[in-house]
Design a protein around this ligand. Structure first.
Ligand code: AMP
Length: 187
């Protein structure tokens, strides 16, 4: 199964993606996690990504697309994946379609987690306290939410037009949201 999980920062995407990918037995591919791993390892990709991440901006499409292209070419992604945090721009939507079409495959579902914005800001600021993420201070959080609303939320329209989109209420307990996602995916 090839699934994209979308939703604003703080919607609980990462948590849900980890659980749902386990249930579906497909790899959880999070572009944010790959960038953070590169930042910790001090790679060139990490140094580039950090400048954008710390400002709450998107890493440029060509950098992100090349990274996803490599990751999806790995053998464990051939039978399916759960993409978390990608695509986020119109150009990324096109790239992903091309990557999959080149293998004769396509997406099965796009899940969008919907949440209350005030609740999201509260969650992100709590996470900043717990994990010390440098991209979670209030100004950066607001910038990331703005970018999501401007650039990423509109992408759901094109997925809806293709009949791929399922909107899931992301509020409530972790387990109840997981159940909603799995039942929407037919599991
Ligand atoms: P996330 O953990 O998904 O919230 O991602 C953390 C940060 O990584 C984002 O705020 C962006 O700076 C960067 N990032 C992750 N995924 C993408 C993407 N698909 N396109 C551009 N930047 C991304």
């Amino acid at each position: 199964m090839r699934v994209v999980l979308m939703g604003p920062p703080g919607a609980g995407k990462g948590t849900q993606a980890a659980v749902v990918s386990g249930k579906l037995a497909v790899p959880h591919i999070s572009t944010g996690d790959i960038f953070r791993a590169n930042v910790s390892e001090g790679t060139e990709l990490g140094r580039t990504a950090k400048r954008y991440m710390d400002a709450g901006d998107y890493v440029p499409d060509e950098v992100t697309n090349a990274m996803v292209r490599d990751r999806l070419a790995a053998p464990d992604a051939s039978a399916g994946f759960l993409l978390d945090g990608y695509p986020r721009t119109t150009a990324q939507v096109g790239e992903l379609d091309d990557m999959l079409a080149a293998r004769g495959t396509s997406l099965d579902h796009v899940v969008e987690l919907t949440v209350d914005v005030d609740e999201v800001v509260a969650r992100l600021l709590a996470r900043a306290q717990e994990q010390g993420r440098s991209d979670d201070d209030e100004q950066v959080v607001r910038r990331r939410l703005e970018l999501y609303a401007e650039q990423t939320a509109p992408l759901t329209d094109s997925y809806a037009a293709r009949g791929l989109l399922v909107r899931i209420d992301g509020m409530g307990s972790i387990d109840s949201v997981t159940d909603r996602i799995l039942s929407a995916l037919g599991g």
